[in-house]
Design a protein around this ligand. Structure first.
Ligand SMILES: Nc1ncnc2c1ncn2[C@@H]1O[C@H](COP(=O)(O)OP(=O)(O)OP(=O)(O)O)[C@@H](O)[C@H]1O
Ligand SMILES: [Mg+2]
Length: 204
């Protein structure tokens, strides 16, 4: 029987700020602890689940709603869920917070100039060439988080430090403590039998 829901961690920030990179490092740390974890990276989810969704305000609303919905479905069954998706509006993240029991917002941030320099996907270069004009934080709004649980200034802190900061916060919030999100291997019926037996023996 799953005793607790999984945590849902939303990594928000403009393109190339470091969401996917930090989320992958956090995922590895959670796996190392034996925690069940699913990494919903926006690129992969869009490709497989929403290939026709674009980047208009309406499409971003729909995309973040689908991600939040999936996260709360998975977390109910004890899976810890990491979401790496821009989610440019505060209400995108707040909706997920409302739907998920154990939620945290991680804001990866660095100056726009640094993002343009990193440009791992060549997105900013395409924008410079006039091929796209829908980058959040440049052509479209990006609302900076009002109260993110963790702020990773990825131009000041290296990747390991960013990932450690996130894991430390999850520990502090009690989201990934002992047994969190893990199946204890007993069904409800078995748990009741054990309790009954302990009562008979005078231990409870
Ligand atoms: N401290 C750091 N944390 C995370 N990434 C860093 C850090 N320092 C440098 N980087 C580099 O910044 C880039 C971040 O790219 P990443 O794909 O993670 O961004 P993203 O926020 O997921 O962007 P997108 O919205 O386009 O998916 C990578 O090339 C990564 O190596
Ligand atoms: Mg990414």
């Amino acid at each position: 029987m799953m005793s607790k829901p999984g945590a849902v961690i939303w990594f928000t920030g403009v393109p190339a700020s470091g969401k996917s990179t930090v989320a992958a490092a956090v995922e590895q740390r959670m796996r190392d602890r034996g925690l069940p974890v699913e990494n919903l990276d926006a690129d992969e989810v869009r490709q497989n689940l929403s290939p026709n969704l674009g980047f208009t305000a309406e499409a971003r609303d729909e995309n973040t709603k689908r991600l939040a919905w999936m996260a709360q479905m998975l977390s109910k069954y004890g899976v810890n869920v990491l979401i790496a998706a821009v989610a440019p509006m505060q209400y995108h993240r707040d909706r997920a917070r409302e739907w998920c029991d154990s939620f945290a917002e991680v804001w990866t941030t660095c100056p726009l100039e640094e993002c343009k320099e990193r440009d791992p996907k060549g997105l900013y270069a395409r924008a410079e060439r006039g091929e796209i004009n829908d980058i959040a934080g440049w052509h479209q709004p990006y609302e900076e988080p009002e109260a993110a649980e963790v702020v990773c200034k990825t131009h000041e802190l290296d990747l390991d430090t960013c990932a450690d900061l996130v894991v430390a916060k999850l520990d502090e919030l009690g989201y990934i403590g002992d047994g969190f999100g893990q199946d204890d291997g007993y069904s409800d019926e078995e748990e009741a039998q054990v309790e009954e037996r302990l009562k008979d023996l005078g231990y409870m």
